[in-house]
Structure formats: C-alpha cells, structure tokens
Ligand binder design. Structure first.
Ligand code: CJB
Length: 839
C-alpha cells in the first residue's frame, strides 16, 4: 500500500548502477562475487559449468533493472499488450545473445581475459533450451527478440518442458534419440514464481443451474485439478532499454490431487494422480508423428492456454472492474492451432467465471485472437476426436458445439442452397470418428488470419481456408516470416558483423535495410577479398566443428553445399542425395563434366516415429561412407551429416554455406526461415518456387538465385494428369542408373533391400515429385557448380544476397503484425526516467 510506496528505497540510483556496472572491472568483480555467493565455489575447484553459471548470473543481474523498469512503464501506461501464445520457443543459448543485446560483448571478453578465461569456453558450456521442433518454435523466439527490440509491450506465453527436443545421436548411421536434459544443471535465466499459480481442471462433467438472478448457467465439475506455476525469463531488446517477459508454465499437482480419489479416501490413488499431473509439462512432443496416444498433447495445449488466459484476466482486472475491454488491453496471437483451444477457454472464463452473456463473451473473444497458419499439409492440420475432447474438456466441447450451432445457422442463412459448403465449414468433421477441426475454431474465433509467406497466404485462401476466405475476405493477411539479425548475423558471424559495421555504422542491426550499404561494394576487388576471407574463416570453423563431431575431414576450399532442416519427405533431402549419387556415378564412369569440388553438409532431426525420414538419415550416412572412403572420388566430393542440428550448431553452419538447399516440392513449405538465414550470410540459394524462396529470389535478383523445378500450378497439373514416376525412371538414363545404384546394395554392404522403402516409394507414388523435378535440379546444380569456379562472380552474388535480404529481418515482420493485425504502438522504456521505486 501507500506506506510501502512512501518508504520505497531509491532504485536506479548511482549505488545500483555501480553494483551492476558494465565495465570490464565491474563485470569481473560481479563474476567473482557470483562464483562465491551464488555458486559457492572457490576459484581452484570451479568447473567450466561454474564459470558459465557465474557469468550467467552476472549478466542476469544486469538485465533486471531494465526488466523491472519495463514492467513498471507498461503498467503505469496501461499499455495495450501483445500476448504471443505458442506451444514452442526454440530459444537457443541465452548468454551470447544477452551480451549482445546489453552491448557488453567486448567488456565481457576483456573481463574474462583479465581472469585468464576464454569467453568462448564459457559460452560453449550452455545447454540450449530446445523448447521447439524447428521453424515454428524458432520463429517464436525471433519474434520475442524483435518485439523487445521494437519496444512493443509483449508477453510470450508457453510451456516449460522439462525435456525439450530430443538429442540426436547417430549410431551406425541411424538416428537414435536421447533425452534432452537442459534443466538438470539448473537454468540461471529463469525466475520461478511459486506464488504465481493458476488452477487448471480436467475431466468430470457439467451441470446446469440457475444463478441468483434467475439466469441459466452451467457449472463444470472437474475430476482432476492441478496448478500451473510461472517461470519467467527476461527477453532483452537490442539497442533500447525494453526487456519483455517470456512466461512459461510448469505443471504441479493441485491442492487435492485427484478430487474423486481424494474424496473416496484413496490416498495412494491420489498420489498417483499427482504424478500424472506433473507429467503434463515433462516433454515436448516431436511433430510429424502419426496421431496416436496424443491425449497428453491436448492436455498440454489446454494447460498452458488456460494458465495464460487466467494470467491475462488477472492483469486486466487490476485495471478494470470486469472483462469488458479485455480485447482492447490484449491482442493474443495463436501460433498455429496448438493454442486454439484458447477460443473456447476465454468463452468459458467470460461465461462461467465472470457471468457474462453469450453475445458479449463472443464479441470479446473474437476481437482478442488472431491466428497464424503455418502449414497446408493435411496430416499436420490438427483435429481432435470429439470423444477425447469431451472426456478431457467436457465444458469446452459444449461451448464449441454452441459456437458451431450459431455459426452454422448463419451459414445456412447465407448459403441456403449449399449444405455441402456448410458441412465443409463446420467446426466438427463428421465421419466414423467425429473430430473437432482446430483450424476452423481458430479462424472463426479470430479477427485476423495470416499465412507466413506471400505464396503460402494465397494458398491458405485458395485451399484449406477457401470457404472462410469467401465469407470473410477482409480477415485474411500475409505476413512473410523474418529472422533476427542479432542472433543470425551479429552473434553467428562476427566477421560479417564487422564488415557491415564498418560500412553502415553500429546501428545497422536495428534496421536491417542498412545491409544495402554493402551493395555498391559488390564488385570492389579489395572488398571482395575481405568478404572471401570472412567466408573462408566461417568454413574453417565449421570444418573444425565437423571434425570434432564426426571425425570427417573436409576442405574449406570446396563448395559448401548445405541442407539443414527437419528431415521430411516434402523437404526432399533425398533429391539432394540423388544428385550426389549422380556426381559420384559420373566420376566413377569418367563422364564427369562438373569438376567443382564440393562438400555436402546435412543436418536435421527426424521425428522418432517417422520411418522414411529415419531411413533418409541412414541413406545420407551410407552414401557418405562410400564416397568419403573412395580415393577416386573423395578429392572431389565429401558428404557429412552434422549430428544434433540445433540452434547452437546452426549458428556455426549458416555463415559457412556457399550454397543453400531450399528444394521442397512447390506448395509444401509454408515459408522456411533457414533460407533467410543462409542468404543473409551470403549463401546463394538453389531452390524451388516455394514458401519465402519466391520473395527471396525477387529480393536478391533472379540472376543471383539458382531456380529449378515445377511451380505450384505445374505440381497440381502433374498430379491431376495421373503422375507416373516410373516413366521418368524409364526415360532418363542417369536417373535410372542412380536409382539402380541405390537398389544395388552398393550403399548398404550388399543388402539390396535396405533402401527399398525409399526407392519403391519414389518409383510407385513419389508424392513429392522428386523424379519429375530431378532433371531440372541436376541442371541447376551444374549451373551452380560452374558459377562457383568464377570467384569474383560468385562473391559478387554472395554480397548481393546479403545486401538485399534486410526485408527478411523479423523486425520488419513484427512491424507488420503491429500495424496490420495487433494495432499496438511502441512504448519505449527509459532507465534514466525511472522514478526509482522498487515494485
Ligand atoms: N512449421 O515448424 C513447423 N511446425 C509445424 O507444425 C507447422 C509448420 C514451419 O513453420 C515455419 C514458421 O512459419 C515455416 O517457415 C515452415 O515452412 C513451416 O514448415
């Protein structure tokens, strides 16, 4: 109360600033202090992990004033806030990024050096928070960085998985999954908030009753209750003082464990239920899995959404007497359909917990949410069996039925003679197993829907959400994805950062359009030399990493041709392999016409249950084994697989690429974001007209991009006309020889059956049209190989790629979300202006 406010000690005073100073001297003193007071270690026995922890706490202390001041500023201004709801945040290591965003990299390096420590060794200690599968989770992390950098009041809400994405080990060329243990040695970046907990309920039944005003109401009598507890991580902006909040929820057992068992006096049953409750945030689900036993996944989704909405309601009620105006305080972005149960949960909170009537609740709900679609793949569009839904969330199923009943009534009025359309648009898919269509729920319950690249957004409108687009054309947007230049240039590629800073000044990383200052130097010989040295150094670093991880030796002079991303048939790592085997075959036959030495680098995880993807990993290793040990070939070709592709490895890989493989079947990759990271680091792309490749090619210039392959329209036509891959096999000699080699046992120690599932799939169905695209791909690869033999020409193209990809900064993407979707304004925080009270 007031007494506390009056007695509040001054904060942000010179004392405080001395304690958390940024000079090498201050950092050093704080580091030594943390070693003593936090790690409780003396110098001689400190492990590398102790050094990392002490460094992390030193840096964290320097983030807190900004963080607290930011919370205070937003709260006092009663600022409209973005809530990003995402089941995944693939953050990657925090220490290096936080040093950059605080602007103290040099200070820290100096301080460490004074103590006889190499900063890099400390950075290498950090286990990465891999709380995401791939592109979607990494996008969420880039967006948090940009939101803070653009001074946008924002909270990231998600799940604190105890085990993130699995560790990939390779045993005899096969992927083996190992448990991720990122939390075992402690996480210095998070602040547990044991008192910030919300109850979350599951199961049971609902019952009608009449409230004190004589109104009909529904009460949910759940079977199980548990709590979600907040763990907060600060997210620094770059070049400003704003520091936003990432709030991840951890599940703990509720007050009475299992209500039923407890009431029945079944103590041990209740204890078991407690264990079950805590399982909810145990582990991240790898995606691309067949849908079985996913009950826990729906529980995870509801769990984090419910905690997040209850948290938003709490904040809202600090400023307002009721939920009126909730949608003016918050814009909540649904990162894919994973959090789309939020639509039903906010309805429930408004109706059941806050006594609002249906119309008002619906108005508030659909003005709160916006939905981003990230995929058109039918198998990735989430639906939940009605039976499962009703068992876990009986009240929500009722609400969804009611939303649907009202929606279908509207549709029937609008399309009285089109019952098929009405059935197509229903939130419920009819069939032997009735299912809830989460994308429809998200679309109906949101004020905006967007795709993640221009071509993808058009396809959303013309395919999966076509009927909805016809009904509400103004609801649909495109916001092409972006990536943060802080992590993917400044942190990953210090030499490139130096080059840009010399030309554009230190502010470039806040405005990536400044990369254009590189453009006039594209033909300058001295500049080209510096550029080549930068690339060369990055390739040497990657070569060293590869040697360490796999034992393989690669030549940094060769063309580094890299494909890193999740392993999936639609991404066509096996098309890349067909080309590699063709090159091998040509060398063995003496018909080779592409003498450019190449190193092919692969990396990526396969979903544990995705057999074909795992077989592709085995095939990469098998081809690598044969090629790398054949002296007739291995001076010209090398193939390596970097195990455990994650953010940390990625930072070392993107800067080292000459050629970036973006070769998905047109229409399948919603956007891609690796494509952007490669380009920004001066790689040329070999790619199809898919996802953001289309816009990258337009941005960098068609002459600086190796295009090949069928367009979306051609893919559709080819399939519609009855695609027969066998005919390509028959009529294309080299293609036939390549596939026959795969079936010969050459790459499988004489076992002709090992890769049969892959070759059979290609010859019989080839749903991703590898054979149709093969000739064009091989031809584009030949162009790339030729171009690489002209260093000046290649370097020019490389420079132009980096210079022209500023558009793909996540800052641009977030500006578009702010303006076109969220209607939110920046709220800069100033440390100097803080009034000094401790909250
Ligand atoms: N994406 O990573 C995922 N997981 C999904 O479940 C669905 C889509 C990816 O999202 C990225 C960010 O928008 C896209 O760049 C990528 O094309 C898409 O596959």
């Amino acid at each position: 109360g007031t007494a506390r406010k009056e007695r509040a000690p001054m904060h942000g005073s010179s004392d405080e600033r001395t304690r958390t100073g940024m000079s090498p001297e201050s950092l050093k003193r704080a580091f030594v202090d943390s070693m003593f007071y936090v790690q409780a270690r003396y110098w001689e026995v400190a492990t590398p992990h102790d050094l990392y922890m002490a460094a992390a706490y030193t840096v964290r202390d320097r983030m807190l004033e900004r963080w607290i001041r930011t919370a205070e500023t937003y709260r006092k201004a009663d600022a409209r806030t973005v809530c990003y709801l995402s089941a995944e945040y693939l953050l990657g290591p925090q220490l290096g990024n936080n040093l950059i965003n605080l602007g103290i990299v040099d200070s820290a390096r100096q301080g460490a050096r004074d103590l006889g420590i190499d900063l890099q060794e400390i950075l290498d200690q950090e286990p990465e928070p891999g709380l995401g599968n791939g592109g979607l989770g990494r996008l969420a992390a880039c967006y948090l960085d940009s939101l803070a950098t653009l001074s946008i009041p924002a909270i990231g809400y998600g799940i604190r998985y105890e085990h993130g994405i699995f560790d990939q080990k390779i045993v005899d060329g096969w992927q083996v999954e190992d448990c991720d243990l990122w939390l075992t040695n402690g996480n210095p970046w998070e602040i547990p908030r044991p008192l910030l907990r919300y109850p979350v309920r599951f199961g049971g039944h609902t019952e009608p009753y009449t409230d004190e005003h004589g109104r009909f109401r529904v009460r949910w009598v759940p079977e199980l209750d548990l709590y979600g507890m907040a763990y907060d991580t600060p997210v620094l902006g770059f070049g400003n003082d704003n520091t936003n909040l990432l709030r991840l929820w951890h599940a703990t057992a509720g007050r009475s464990f299992d209500l039923q068992a407890f009431h029945k006096g079944d103590y041990y049953g209740a204890v078991n239920a407690k264990v079950g409750a805590e399982n909810i945030t145990k582990v991240l689900y790898p995606n691309d899995e067949p849908e079985v036993g996913k009950e826990l996944r729906l529980k995870q989704q509801y769990f984090f959404v419910s905690c997040s909405l209850q948290d938003m309601v709490r904040v809202h009620l600090q400023h307002a007497p009721n939920l009126e105006g909730f949608h003016e305080r918050f814009a909540a972005q649904l990162n894919d359909t994973h959090p789309s149960i939020a639509v039903a949960e906010l309805m429930r909170l408004c109706l059941d917990e806050h006594g609002m009537d249906w119309e008002r609740a619906w108005e508030i709900t659909r003005r709160t949410f916006a939905y981003t679609n990230h995929t058109l793949l039918p198998e990735a569009l989430e639906t939940w069996p009605v039976e499962l839904f009703g068992r876990l969330l009986p009240r929500h199923l009722e609400i969804i039925y009611e939303i649907n009943a009202r929606f279908l009534d509207e549709l029937r009025m609008r399309y009285p003679f089109d019952p098929e359309r009405v059935a197509r648009m229903s939130l419920i898919e009819e069939g032997p197993v009735r299912r809830v269509r989460m994308a429809h729920l998200a679309t109906v319950g949101s004020f905006a829907v967007n795709g993640v690249a221009a071509i993808h957004s058009e396809l959303v409108k013309s395919t999966v959400l076509r009927d909805f687009h016809e009904l509400w054309p103004e609801k649909f947007h495109n916001i092409t994805n972006g990536v943060t230049p802080r992590r993917f240039i400044q942190l990953s590629n210090p030499d490139l950062c130096g080059i840009i800073t010399d030309l554009a000044g230190p502010g470039w990383a806040r405005d990536a359009e400044n990369l254009r200052t590189l453009e006039p130097h594209a033909d300058d010989a001295a500049f080209q030399q510096r550029w080549q040295a930068m690339k060369r150094a990055a390739k040497e670093r990657l070569a060293a990493r590869i040697r360490e991880a796999t034992g393989a030796v690669v030549d940094p002079q060769s063309l580094f041709d890299i494909q890193v991303k999740r392993i999936h048939e639609y991404k066509r790592q096996h098309l890349n392999l067909l080309h590699i085997v063709a090159l091998y075959h040509r060398i063995k036959q003496g018909t080779d016409s592409d003498p450019t030495p190449r190193t092919f680098v692969f990396g990526g995880k396969a979903a544990p249950g995705y057999f074909m993807a795992k077989l592709i990993i085995k095939l990469i290793h098998s081809v690598a084994e044969v090629i790398n040990r054949d002296p007739e070939v291995n001076q010209r070709l090398r193939v390596v697989f970097v195990p455990n592709f994650n953010v940390k490895n990625a930072e070392c890989i993107y800067p080292a690429a000459d050629l970036s493989e973006q070769i998905s079947t047109a229409g399948k990759e919603a956007s891609g974001t690796g494509n952007m990271k490669f380009s920004m680091n001066g790689a040329l792309t070999i790619g199809t007209l898919d996802g953001a490749n289309v816009e990258i090619r337009d941005a960098v210039g068609h002459e600086n991009f190796f295009l090949f392959g069928l367009t979306v329209a051609e893919v559709e036509r080819t399939l519609a006309e009855g695609y027969r891959p066998w005919e390509y096999y028959r009529s294309h000699d080299e293609l036939r020889e390549v596939i026959d080699l795969l079936r010969s046992g050459l790459f499988s120690h004489g076992d002709p059956d090992l890769f049969r599932p892959l070759t059979d799939s290609l010859l019989q169905h080839d749903p991703y049209l590898l054979l149709a695209d093969y000739p064009a791909y091989v031809e584009a690869q030949a162009r790339a190989g030729d171009a690489f033999r002209d260093p000046a020409g290649w370097t020019r193209m490389s420079i132009l790629n980096a210079a022209r990809t500023g558009f793909f900064s996540s800052d641009r993407a977030i500006r578009e979300y702010c303006r076109n979707i969220w209607q939110v304004e920046p709220m800069p925080v100033s440390l100097a202006a803080g009034n000094g009270s401790v909250p």
